[in-house]
Design a protein around this ligand. Structure first.
Ligand SMILES: [Zn+2]
Length: 265
């Protein structure tokens, strides 16, 4: 439990540093992760909801009123969804593998409740999504939805288990994809919330590949030119089915149309 408290404390420190203006961006390398933990129980390797605790504290201190949380861990971000499901001021977005953990949440139809209706967006992608599907999801729906929400702070639940080498996920991303998604969110934050962006480490179970993806993310977040060669990046990019597939396009475009029809884009 001491480790869980320290992990949540690190997320708190990162959010406070950025929300207060002390730092422009931050990366919290939290362990244990937090995005499956709920108010009254730990779930899926997670004991405390690191991001919900940090966001609730920042809001209680008046450091940020409207917050967007983007979760690209391969598993559904059920913890932050549950924490803010009825809250219209916190927009939770989750891109995950459909039918993976947890099995009982994460459908597109879950969009919030009460005053929070419309402040929850789930993209349950089918297994086998690669560079094309993730980029289509980001550019067509996730980024426009985040921009329309107009947050004052963006927090990313940064899991790496959508990488091609992960034993718990069935997606196809390489380190360059994580760098690209980070750049997309970084640039969005620059446009909509004075650059205020916090990334919090979540899942990722490939001991060999997570460090390369993590470096790519942190390098991008820090605008650093200190690169680490990824010998597997090009090989993964050349795999079949990396391009956007028709069934993936149909799903994502359908969600986009529904989100737009609800007046949220
Ligand atoms: Zn995960």
């Amino acid at each position: 439990m001491a480790a869980a408290c320290q992990s949540a404390g690190l997320a708190i420190a990162a959010v406070e540093a950025v929300a207060s203006g002390e730092q422009r961006r931050a990366y919290a390398l939290c362990r244990p992760p937090g995005h499956h933990a709920e108010a009254d129980r730990g779930r899926g390797f997670c004991l405390l909801g690191n991001i919900p605790v940090a966001v609730m504290r920042a809001r209680a201190l008046g450091q940020a009123a409207r917050v967007a949380i983007l979760d690209w861990d391969v598993h559904h971000g059920n913890g932050q969804q549950a924490a803010f499901y009825a809250d219209p001021e916190v927009f939770t977005v989750s891109i995950h593998q459909a039918g993976n953990y947890p099995l009982d949440t994460g459908t597109f139809e879950e969009q919030g409740e009460g005053a929070g209706m419309g402040a929850c967006l789930n993209l349950p992608l089918p297994p086998g999504c690669g560079l094309g599907a993730y980029d289509h999801a980001m550019t067509e729906l996730v980024l426009p939805a985040l921009e329309a929400f107009a947050p004052e702070l963006i927090v990313v639940a940064c899991g790496y288990d959508a990488c091609a080498k992960d034993p718990l996920g069935k997606m196809l991303l390489n380190s360059a994809a994580f760098a690209r998604m980070t750049a997309q969110v970084r640039d969005l934050a620059e446009r909509v919330c004075d650059g205020r962006l916090v990334m919090v480490h979540e899942g990722g179970y490939s001991e060999g590949y997570v460090p390369l993806c993590g470096h790519a993310v942190i390098q991008t977040l820090a605008d650093s030119d200190i690169s680490v060669p990824d010998p597997q990046n090009d090989e993964i990019a050349a795999w079949a089915y990396q391009a956007l597939q028709p069934h993936q396009r149909e799903l994502i475009d359908g969600w986009r149309a529904a989100w737009a029809a609800a007046g949220r884009l």
